[in-house]
Write a protein of this length. Structure first.
Length: 70
């Protein structure tokens, strides 16, 4: 099972559906029954076998460039 993201242009609502990968391209409808478009999901993953760099310290902005590290 995979989670797919959809967008209903009529309702202007984003929603997710859990379905088997074999049904990835099957049509989807929003809660109101309007046809929805499948969105491309964005996710982060490390590339290759390279080591992941540590984020600089100093607050949530990574370096203390904002007021949240004060």
């Amino acid at each position: 099972m995979a989670i797919y993201e959809f967008y209903c242009p009529t309702c202007r609502v984003k929603f997710e559906e859990r379905r088997p990968m074999s049904q990835a391209s099957a049509p989807a409808s929003c809660a109101n029954g309007h046809p929805a478009e499948r969105m491309v999901s964005v996710f982060a993953a490390p590339r290759g076998g390279a080591a992941v760099e540590e984020a600089p310290s100093g607050g949530c902005c990574g370096g203390g460039g904002c007021a949240c590290s004060a």
